[in-house]
Design a protein around this ligand. Sequence first.
Ligand SMILES: O=P(O)(O)O[C@H]1O[C@H](CO)[C@@H](O)[C@H]1O
Length: 352
Amino acid sequence: MNGTSATASASAHVNGRANGHLNRKANGHAHAHALGEGEGEGQAGAPARRKAPPSPPPPHVAAHDEADEQSSYTFEIVDEVANFLLSRTVVRPTVGIICGTGLGSLAEKLEDKAIFKYEDIPHFPVSSVEGHAGQLVFGRLEGVSVVCMQGRFHYYEGYPLWKCCMPVRVMKLLGVKYFIATNAAGGLNERYKVGDIMILRDHVNFMGFAGNNPLRGANDDRFGPRFPPMSKAYDPELIDVAKSVVKDMNIGDIVHEGVYTCLGGPCYETQAELRLLKLLGIDAVGMSTVHEIVTAVHCGLRCFAFSLISNECVTEYNTEAEANHEEVMDTGKMRAPILQALVAEFIKRVDG
Ligand SMILES: O=P(O)(O)O[C@H]1O[C@H](CO)[C@@H](O)[C@H]1O
C-alpha cells in the first residue's frame, strides 16, 4: 500500500472516555452562553441597545454561528431522536457509517433493512444535495448491525456545523462504537488518480482554525469533555485493520494514506487555493467529514474514514479541466463495488 505506515494502538483514549461522561449529570447550559449582539452594551448608565429580532430563517436553516442555539439540540433531544429510532427497529447498530457523495449504494447492501427518511425523524435536518438520498438505513452487513446515513449535511447547505453533526451524536446514543465517514474528495497529491482511495491518517481543520467548530458553545459532559484531544482522531488500530483488508483484496496500488481537509464550499477551489493547500501538506480536499470526526471523537466513538478521489485538483491555469459534481458522483458509482467490498470486510474484521 502507498503512504505512511500505521503506528501502535491508541484505542484506550477513545474507549471509556465517553462512557464515563455519558453517566454524568447535565451541566448548566445557560451559564456558558456567549453574549448575543446587543448584550453586554449599555455600561455606565447608558441603556443597552437591543436590535430588532431578525426575520426567521428558511425552515431547514438555523440562524448561523449562534452557539446559543446549539442548546436546541440538548442531550435530551438527541436521546429522544435515538429512542424514536430504537423503538421502530430491532437492529442495534454497533457501526455507524456516513455515505459520501455517490457512495450511498453501500446502504443498499444491508440485509433486513429498516429505512427512515430524514424528514420523518423528529428534529432531524434534511438533505438538499444531489447524490445524498436523505435517509437513515439500519440493517446487517456481514452479520454486523449497522446504521448508514445515506446523505450527510454540509455547512454550505446552510446548516451550522453542530447541526451537520447531530446525527453522529444520535449514533452514539443508538449504541454505535465504531464510526466510519466516507467522502468524495479532490486529489491534490500528485500520485493520486481519479478512482483511488485515501485512508484518512489525519486532517487539517481549517474551519476550526477560525473558531468554526461543531463543539463551539456550551459543552455537555454527557457527550464528552470540553477540550477533547484530536491527536489520534483516526484510530490507528482501525487504520491497520483497513490496511490488512486492502492487502488481502490486492488493491494496494489504488489505496493511499493521507491528510484530508474540509473547506466550507460550495464552490470548488481556485488554482491558487489548491497550490496553497498542497504546500501545506494536504493530500485531498472536500467539504465534509472533519467536523463529523471531531464530534465523533468528542463522544468517544472510534473513528475511521476514507476519501474516494473523485476528481483531480488542477493547479495549472492553461487547462480545460474543471471540477464538477457530475464527475464526483460518477466516480462514486464507478468505484461502488470495490468500496462496498472494502467496507463489508473491514466491518467484519472490526466487529464480526
Ligand atoms: O464530502 P461529500 O459529502 O462526499 O461530498 C463532496 O462532494 C461534493 C462536491 O462535489 C461536496 O459535498 C463534497 O463535500
